[in-house]
Ligand binder design. Structure first.
Ligand SMILES: Cc1cc2nc3c(=O)[nH]c(=O)nc-3n(C[C@H](O)[C@H](O)[C@H](O)COP(=O)(O)OP(=O)(O)OC[C@H]3O[C@@H](n4cnc5c(N)ncnc54)[C@H](O)[C@@H]3O)c2cc1C
Ligand code: FES
Length: 265
C-alpha cells in the first residue's frame, strides 16, 4: 500500500561532502517499507520546484524514515536547506524492492547505491541470514560519510566484513568493485543464490553481464528520471529485453537483470 502524507522533518544533517542524512516522521510509510523501495519527496514546503524527487529508503527506526542523499542539482540543494519542523509532502513506499529470500545473497553497492543496500543488509542481519557484500566508490571521502551515519567510527562497512574497492585506490581494492566481485564468482565453494545491486548504470550493466557469465541470478535497482513515481508519466522508461519498455517506478526500481535490454543502456 502506498500513502501520501505530510511528513515532519526531524533532522537533516550533513554527513560528508554534499551528502546528507534526512529523518522524517512517517510511521505509516516506515511500517510498510522494504529494502529497494523508494519515496517521492517534495523537496520544500513552498511551490518551487513543483516536482518531487525520488529517494531510496535508507532505513527505518520505529516510525522514522531515513534517507541518505547527495546534492546533485536544484531539488537536492533545496532539500539540504530544509530545517527540522517543516512538513514535506511524501508518498510511498513505492515500487518493487529486493527479494531477500535468495540463499546467501551477495550485495553490491556503488556510490550512493549504498542507501538501499545498507537497508537490505540490516534486514538480512535481523533475519540472521548469511550474506556477502561489496561496495565500490570513487574515493574514500564517501566512505567517511557512511561511517558517520553509523556513528561507529572509521570504516564500518569493513568492520561488517564488506569488501571495498575504490577507483583511486584510497580504500580497499584499487579499481572497480566488479573486479573483486568477479574473483568471488570465480571461486568454488558455496554459490550465491543471487546478486543484489544498486549503483550507477555502468556498474549495474557490468554486474548484470558478470552474473550472466557465471549463471547467477541478479536483481538490479535502476535509476531513471522520475516525475510522478506512480506509473503515469512514462518518464522512467527502461528498455526491456522482451522489446518495449519497463517503468522503473512500477516494474522496478528493482528488476531481474535478465528483463533489461542492457545493450540499449
Ligand atoms: C528510485 C530512485 C531512488 C533514488 N535514491 C536516491 C538516494 O537514495 N540518494 C540519492 O542521493 N539519490 C537518489 N536518487 C537520485 C535522486 O533522485 C536525484 O539525484 C535527484 O532527483 C536529483 O534532483 P535535483 O533536482 O537535485 O537534480 P536535477 O537538477 O534534477 O538533476 C541534476 C543532475 O542529475 C541528473 N539526474 C536527476 N535525476 C536523476 C535520476 N533519477 N537518475 C539519473 N540521473 C538523474 C540530471 O540529469 C542532472 O544531470 C534516486 C533516484 C531514483 C530514480
Ligand atoms: S515516474 Fe512516472 S511513470 Fe515512472
Amino acid at each position: 500500500m502506498s500513502l501520501s502524507l505530510k511528513a515532519k522533518l526531524l533532522s537533516n544533517e550533513p554527513v560528508g561532502p554534499e551528502i546528507f542524512l534526512l529523518t522524517l516522521e512517517a510511521p505509516a510509510i516506515a511500517a510498510e517499507a522494504r529494502p529497494g523501495q523508494f519515496v517521492m519527496l517534495r523537496v520544500c514546503p513552498g511551490p518551487e520546484p513543483l516536482l518531487a524527487r525520488p529517494f531510496s529508503i535508507h532505513g527505518v527506526e520505529g516510525g522514522k524514515l531515513l534517507i541518505l542523499y547527495q546534492v546533485k542539482g536544484k531539488g537536492t540543494r533545496l532539500l539540504s536547506q530544509a530545517r527540522p519542523g517543516v512538513e514535506l509532502l511524501t508518498w510511498g513506499p513505492l515500487g518493487r524492492g529486493f527479494d531477500l529470500d535468495a540463499k546467501r545473497p551477495v550485495l553490491v553497492a556503488g556510490g550512493m547505491g549504498i542507501a538501499p543496500m545498507a537497508f537490505a543488509a540490516e534486514r538480512l542481519e535481523e533475519r540472521g541470514a548469511a550474506f556477502e557484500a561489496f561496495y565500490g566508490l570513487a574515493a574514500k571521502e564517501a566512505l567517511v560519510a557512511w561511517d558517520s551515519v553509523s556513528g561507529e567510527g572509521a570504516f564500518y562497512l569493513e568492520s561488517w566484513g564488506w569488501t571495498g574497492a575504490s577507483e583511486d585506490g584510497s580504500v580497499g581494492h584499487h579499481g572497480l568493485v566488479t573486479e573483486p566481485l568477479r574473483e568471488r564468482l570465480k571461486q568454488g565453494g558455496e554459490r550465491p543464490g543471487a546478486v543484489l545491486a544498486c549503483g550507477p548504470l555502468p556498474m549495474l550493466k557490468a554486474v548484470a553481464l558478470l552474473c550472466a557469465e557465471f549463471g547467477v541470478a541478479c536483481q538490479t535497482s535502476l535509476e531513471a528520471p522520475m516525475a510522478c513515481g506512480v506509473g503515469a508519466c512514462l518518464g522512467c522508461a527502461i528498455p526491456s529485453a522482451g522489446g518495449g519498455y519497463l517503468r522503473a517506478c512500477q516494474e522496478g526500481p528493482v528488476m531481474e537483470a535478465s528483463l533489461v535490454d542492457w545493450k540499449k543502456i
